[in-house]
Design a protein around this ligand. Structure first.
Ligand code: FAD
Length: 591
């Protein structure tokens, strides 16, 4: 275990004040970097984390089916976020979830483990150069993982997803209660000419797949696995960063606030790595004097390096969630949402041997379709494509247009404005647009108070064509659910009110009103070949500085065409190897 998990000033002031490496933000990527750098036991590492240091003792975090209940709770940063800021429609929402605990968002996410398409990673090279392509990232997509198929249900070739990493990953536990739903959905999918697949792990993703998750034996796996059992890592939990300090442009130390109050400063002999995630990493850079000239001036911050891209280029997947009735008895609502014998049974099974509906990540089947024939019905789409040289903007390299999640239960995590239904079984559908053309989100400072949230604007649907694509994505899914073989016999009406599928205009309004974040924000400190293009260089060093890197989702230059945790772990692994290569004295004999 870690030598110390101090949560008060007295304890914090007793730990050493100097380390080789300081990781600011013990989240998904931060812990990967810390754990890998700690492979040399002579290297000392400090991890500074705002959240709790013991998430493995919190049942809501470790129990897979409790994930949705974590939204808005004390382990959620719960950001206020402008979702849409169009001339005709604006919406500000809170909470936008991010994990606040050792492990970060890997403690609060919804588990799905997907690598993405080779074609999309190859686009990263425009920003990160030849080292950032599918070919050169693939080994790092696998490195964090230990894939398990204890019952031998899947193709042994899938073991190549990863065998030796600290993070336990396995296929969704196929809950017996959901068999009729699974069968109906698979039949409907195939009856519409779409394919089933089990391999989305080799660079192409197309079809309906049994998903893999960061869950094993009914317990959530988090990036905490990387730092566990490493005595040369000190975790300073319940501690917020305040500022990176510089000697000219060389980062030297980090000033923190323990429990939001008392100040301490820790020195880094070698480097400081910022891993606070997509909203807090650009915030810390700006508070420390690295950011757009106007933004620093607006808050009277003395510039260390003027870097115009800090906080810019925020990307995310807009999703359209909606709910339909399922034939009674075919969903998990009775097992997980409401008291009664089915619920008691689920709890008993989980407590006994971590099985049953409570052990489920709730998502067993995920679809990755292209919807070319639906898009071709749209005048606006055809016009755009023609002007784009005939290239489909939503999947130019053959990538899927959508990720479709089929959660066989009412899920309020995606639609908190709608009351949980008191009776019946439901299907929550999430239509996730994977390559939106709206790419102008941003993060700014609200003030110079390190404890105040930054201003966040996701700017969804700033490009009208994203609304068209989302509408057609919903149509494709509805067609499959209501007329596809098997599904058409068990699917019911919309909840809580009918979707206006008959009208393009009314669908546009509905999408504006009901769409949400897919929880995949990235890009605010993007990878780049120069300071004119982004914030960090191909070695993840902050342009214009020495001894300072950013390693987390904020460096992603092109959003992956699926959920992004596999990419974030990859960035942590690759970033750690880049650092090791820079310190051969420490790491030449290391694996
Ligand atoms: C609700 C939700 C569901 C998701 N579902 C999926 C999914 O199913 N599949 C998938 O692939 N991806 C999913 N994701 C996305 C994925 O989990 C994230 O993209 C990824 O975990 C982000 O990693 P990160 O290292 O960039 O940031 P984080 O993991 O968020 O880490 C940042 C860390 O820095 C800490 N920190 C922040 N500010 C400070 C500060 N000032 N001082 C000290 N510490 C600080 C935070 O507490 C946190 O621990 C989901 C995300 C969320 C939020």
């Amino acid at each position: 275990m870690h030598p110390l998990l101090p949560v008060d000033f007295k304890m914090a002031s007793l730990i050493p004040q100097e380390y080789d490496f300081i990781i600011v933000g013990g989240g998904t990527a931060g812990n990967v970097v810390a754990g890998r750098l700690a492979e040399n036991p002579d290297v000392s590492i400090l991890v500074i984390e705002a959240g709790i240091g013991n998430p493995t003792e919190v049942a809501d975090i470790t129990t897979p089916s409790r994930a949705f209940a974590l939204r808005g709770g004390k382990h959620d940063w719960a950001y206020k976020t402008t979702m849409i800021a169009r001339p005709d429609y604006e919406r500000v929402e809170k909470p936008n979830t991010r994990g606040k605990a050792l492990g970060g968002s890997s403690c609060l996410n919804y588990y799905t483990w997907v690598p993405g398409s080779a074609a999309t990673f190859d686009e990263w090279a425009e920003f990160g150069g030849p080292e950032w392509t599918w070919e050169n990232c693939q080994e790092y997509l696998k490195k964090p993982v230990n894939y398990h198929d204890d019952n031998g249900l899947y193709d042994p070739a899938l073991k190549s997803v990863g065998r030796n990493g600290p993070l336990d990953v396995s296929h969704s536990n196929l809950v017996p209660e959901l068999k009729p739903f699974r069968n109906a959905l698979s039949s409907a999918w195939v009856s519409k000419g779409e394919r089933l697949t089990e391999n989305i792990y080799s660079g192409t993703m197309h079809g309906l797949v049994h998903c893999m998750n960061s869950i094993y034996k009914g317990i959530r796996s988090t990036s905490g696995a990387f730092v566990t059992g490493k005595p040369n890592i000190t975790i300073l939990a319940s501690t917020n960063s305040k500022k990176i300090n510089f000697d000219s442009t060389t980062a030297t130390s980090v000033t923190v606030l323990v429990n939001g109050k008392a100040e301490l400063t820790f020195l880094a002999n070698k480097e400081i790595i910022i891993s606070q995630g997509v909203f807090e990493s650009p915030k810390l850079l700006m508070l420390s004097g690295i950011g757009p000239e106007k933004e620093l001036a607006a808050h009277n911050i003395t510039p260390v390096v003027v870097s115009e891209h800090v906080g810019q280029n925020l990307l995310d997947h807009p999703i359209m969630p909606y709910v339909r009735r399922l034939k009674d008895g075919l969903g998990l609502d009775g097992h997980l949402l409401r008291p009664g014998p089915a619920h008691d049974g689920a709890i008993t099974a989980y407590n006994k041997n971590r099985t049953g509906p409570a052990s489920s990540g709730l998502l067993e089947l995920v679809g990755f379709p292209r919807i070319d024939s639906y898009l071709a019905n749209s005048k606006e789409y055809n016009k755009y494509k023609k002007a784009n040289g005939g290239v489909d903007p939503f999947g130019p390299g053959g990538q899927p247009h959508f990720e479709i999640d089929f959660v066989p239960m009412f899920s309020d995590a995606f639609q908190w404005h709608i009351p949980t239904p008191p009776t019946g079984d439901y299907l929550t559908v999430i239509v996730d647009l994977l390559r939106p053309l709206s790419r102008n989100g941003y993060v700014k400072l609200n003030s110079t108070d390190p404890l105040e949230q930054p201003y966040i604007n996701l700017n969804f649907f700033s490009n009208d064509l994203d609304l068209v694509a989302m509408r057609e994505g919903c149509r494709m899914v509805d067609d499959m659910l209501t007329t596809g073989e098997g599904m058409r016999d068990i699917i019911g009406e919309d909840y809580p009110w009918p979707m206006p599928r008959y009208s393009d205009e009314a669908m546009k309004k509905t999408i504006l009103e009901r769409s949400q974040t897919g929880f995949h924000p990235c890009g605010t400190c993007r990878l780049s070949q120069s300071i004119e293009q982004g914030v960090v260089d191909p070695e993840l060093k902050v342009h214009g500085t020495q001894n300072l890197r950013v390693i987390d989702a904020s460096v992603i230059p092109v959003i992956p065409d699926c959920r992004i945790q596999n990419s974030v772990y990859m960035i942590g692994e690759k970033g750690a190897d880049i650092i090791k290569a820079a310190y051969p004295v420490f790491y030449s004999a290391q694996p």
